[in-house]
Design a protein around this ligand. Structure first.
Ligand code: GLA
Length: 391
């Protein structure tokens, strides 16, 4: 079967508890889960005061933990070397590298004045790593939720998401926007998380039509370019805004970008065209969804992908191919729209399609992609799911 299944959250929690028992000899008395996300539209504009339209997917990072009565944290997971550190002092960046997402979140709680108790923990994940589906935001939000449980406190959801984002900035060195952590923290079953990134206001938009399915296709490629590429794109947008002379992209029109085209120069002019166009497309998409006009999403998703490929230059040949296969299947084959999703330079595509044809579409995407690249993609469907919570 081409569609891979989403393991039930209860199974992930049971696996994490069993591994905790096996590796640390203790019973889990606290388990936190946080999902990855997929973005329907609004790409690379969360750091430009834009609108974005992601949802929390039915793929989770689960952490099972046991307070150990010391000031030491010990965390393991199946595919990483274990992390051990002392929480009696403010945490800094350290080894192993993956532990920095956790260190950064703990530091955020320390900075709020909390004394962090030591704990043993085991991490289990169904969010594919490096697939543009925000496994890092899921790890940050799961850690924050676990700490809420350990400290018997509850943060305001926005504060929690911003704390997680700060961990990503300061401890992982990625100058990300707010989309991923907001989607992971605010996500709800059957709701998209429409985020106004200027005000930081998330709005939950119903998405529960059973005739519609969202397919996520992981190309299984991750280009190294992504390391500096994301920061470079963000810098380009800042340079563009400075040349245009406005304080927010929300106040910039397409006419202004085109008038200033030569002054903006290559590639800032094309980056600017993407930002303004993508903000317009996302507003249109949200309006269309509010009035149940799903068909309108097709052309908007197509234009979004083309703009990310040509103007923002964050796509890659594998993403383009996966999108092209969906385009070739076309509306008559049940595809409403397809585009790359997330930061790009590899990762996943999102395909909105008719539910009755989803399995066949997934099979075609998998077969054609493998035929052309020799790579077996991972394809799954997800409905909008519950955000970070204690299990
Ligand atoms: C990554 C970042 C997000 C966002 C997307 C692109 O996922 O973490 O903040 O910028 O890329 O839309």
């Amino acid at each position: 079967m081409a569609l891979s299944l989403n393991p039930p959250l209860a199974d992930l929690a049971a696996d994490a508890a069993a591994a905790l028992r096996e590796n640390f000899g203790v019973e889990a008395n606290l388990t936190a889960a946080a999902p990855g996300r997929v973005n329907l539209i609004g790409e690379h504009i969360d750091y430009c005061d834009g609108f974005v339209l992601p949802f929390a997917i039915d793929r989770y990072i689960v952490i099972a933990a046991h307070a150990n009565g010391t000031r030491q944290v010990r965390i393991g997971s199946a595919h990483q070397s274990p992390a051990v550190f002392d929480v009696s002092q403010p945490l800094e960046i350290g080894e192993p590298k993956w532990s920095n997402y956790i260190r950064g979140v703990i530091r955020g709680f320390q900075d709020r004045g909390h004394q962090i108790p030591g704990f043993d923990a085991w991490i289990v994940s169904s969010v594919p790593l490096g697939a543009g589906l925000s496994s890092s935001a899921a790890l940050e939000c799961a850690t924050a939720t676990l700490l809420e449980g350990l400290l018997d406190t509850v943060l305001d959801t926005r504060e929690k998401a911003l704390l997680a984002q700060k961990a990503e900035h300061d401890f992982a060195g990625v100058p990300c926007g707010i989309m991923d952590q907001f989607a992971s923290a605010f996500g709800k079953a059957n709701r998209l998380v429409l985020i106004d990134c200027q005000t930081g206001e998330p709005e939950l938009v119903p998405f529960e039509n059973p005739d519609l399915t969202v397919l996520i296709a992981n190309t299984m490629v991750h280009h190294e370019l992504s390391d500096g590429g994301y920061a470079a794109r963000r810098r380009h947008t800042e340079e563009g805004l400075a040349i245009i002379g406005k304080s927010s992209w929300r106040d910039v029109t397409m006419a202004e970008v085109l008038t200033l085209w030569d002054a903006l120069d290559e590639p800032i002019n094309r980056r600017s065209r993407h930002v303004v166009g993508e903000i317009e497309r996302t507003i249109e998409a949200a309006k269309a969804l509010a009035s149940n006009q799903f068909e309108a999403l097709g052309p908007l998703m197509a234009a979004s992908h083309d703009s990310l490929r040509d103007d923002f230059e964050v796509s890659c040949k594998e993403l383009d191919l996966m999108v092209q296969i969906a385009r070739d299947i076309g509306r008559s084959g049940g595809v409403i729209g397809a585009r790359m999703t997330g930061g790009g330079f590899g990762g996943s595509t999102v395909t909105l399609c008719e539910s009755g044809k989803a399995a066949h579409i997934a099979a075609t995407l998998a077969a054609e992609y493998e035929k052309a690249t020799g790579i077996k993609p991972e394809i799954f469907a997800s409905r909008p799911s519950q955000g970070a919570h204690l299990v």
